[in-house]
Design a binder for this molecule. Structure first.
Ligand code: GUN
Length: 310
């Protein structure tokens, strides 16, 4: 349970961003442009299918067009490259997102490198990564961009604060560290080989956890009053684990009885929330922000193209 005054309400901020994006979509429509996002899904990973569906739904709700290209797991590299080439060349398409992970036989880097950087709404292309690192952000990865929006709109200024990021992925950890650095935080980037993780994370005034490990961050990892942002998302189907993570929480237990699973993050919220100053919930924290920023990036890609086209 998170006390209401501690809650960092990602869902509320995401709704605010979506309203703003919807207004921008209308303004573009008045000039004859309907932003279009094309999502490429290869294989039948159930989690990816859920994400892709929610992206398509969000696009439709905001008045944008969205096309999903669902390809079988047997799809080869050349075939996928051909699709990316066609989407790059299609002037109707403003944003391209290739859902990760790809089947092991296809090298992700080669596919991501092939996407037109101006349509790269994930912000994973080396050109966009480089621009971010130089402090000239253009299309920025959605999850870290969403977290920066959350902090800003909740009145949390990273300037001069000690920020610790746990996890060094290209999708979250590295761009997150870069954004916090550009916002004048003093940034520490931790990962699975960090010696004495708790000592490092206890130094954080702002702690961002994107390690991909359920319940990794406990009470011993968090300084009193810290702002804690939990990027993790795990489906727990083991009753003993649910009881350990959420002791005496009738709501979580009822949800478990009903669905046979509950969601939790990388942070042991039951034990960390009493210590933290502010904390995001899972679900309803970072997840909705990621989708909102994907919509924002698609509108941005459409707007940048309009500005660049003579
Ligand atoms: N898989 C997990 N997160 C992401 C994301 O942000 N973008 C893409 N393309 N795939 C993902």
């Amino acid at each position: 349970m998170i006390e209401p005054d501690k809650l960092l309400d990602g869902a509320r901020v995401a709704a605010e961003i979506r309203d703003e994006v919807a207004a921008e979509v209308q303004a573009l429509a008045a000039r004859g442009v309907t932003p279009r996002l094309d999502v490429v899904l290869v294989g039948d990973d159930p989690a990816s299918e859920v994400y892709v569906r929610s992206k398509a739904k969000a696009s439709a709700e905001l008045g944008m067009r969205s096309v999903t290209h669902a390809l079988p797991a047997s799809t080869g590299r050349a075939e996928l490259e051909g699709l990316v080439d066609r989407l790059n060349a299609d002037t109707e398409v403003h944003g391209i997102l290739v859902q990760l992970p790809l089947p092991a036989a296809i090298p992700s880097a080669a596919i991501l490198d092939r996407i037109d950087p101006g349509k790269d709404v994930d912000g994973f292309h080396p050109v966009n990564v480089g621009l971010l690192q130089q402090g000239r952000p253009r299309l920025v990865p959605c999850t870290p961009a969403g977290i920066m929006e959350l902090l800003a709109r909740e009145g949390i200024d990273p300037k001069g604060r000690r920020a610790v990021v746990v996890g060094r992925s290209d999708i979250v950890g590295k761009p997150m560290a870069m954004l916090l650095l550009h916002a004048h935080a003093t940034v520490t980037l931790c990962h699975s080989r960090t010696a004495d993780l708790a000592a490092a994370t206890r130094s954080a005034e702002i702690l961002i956890v994107a390690a991909g490990r359920r319940g990794l961050i406990g009470a011993e990892h968090v300084a009193p009053g810290a702002v804690v942002v939990d990027v993790g998302m795990h489906r727990v189907t083991d009753r003993a684990v649910v009881e350990k993570l959420f002791p005496g929480d009738p709501k979580k237990m009822a949800a478990f009885e009903k669905r046979g699973a509950v969601l939790c993050g990388d942070v042991d919220t039951t034990r960390v929330a009493p210590i933290a100053g502010r904390i995001t919930p899972v679900p309803g924290g970072v997840g909705p922000l990621t989708i909102a920023m994907l919509m924002a990036n698609t509108v941005r890609a459409a707007t940048l193209r309009r500005e660049e086209t003579p």
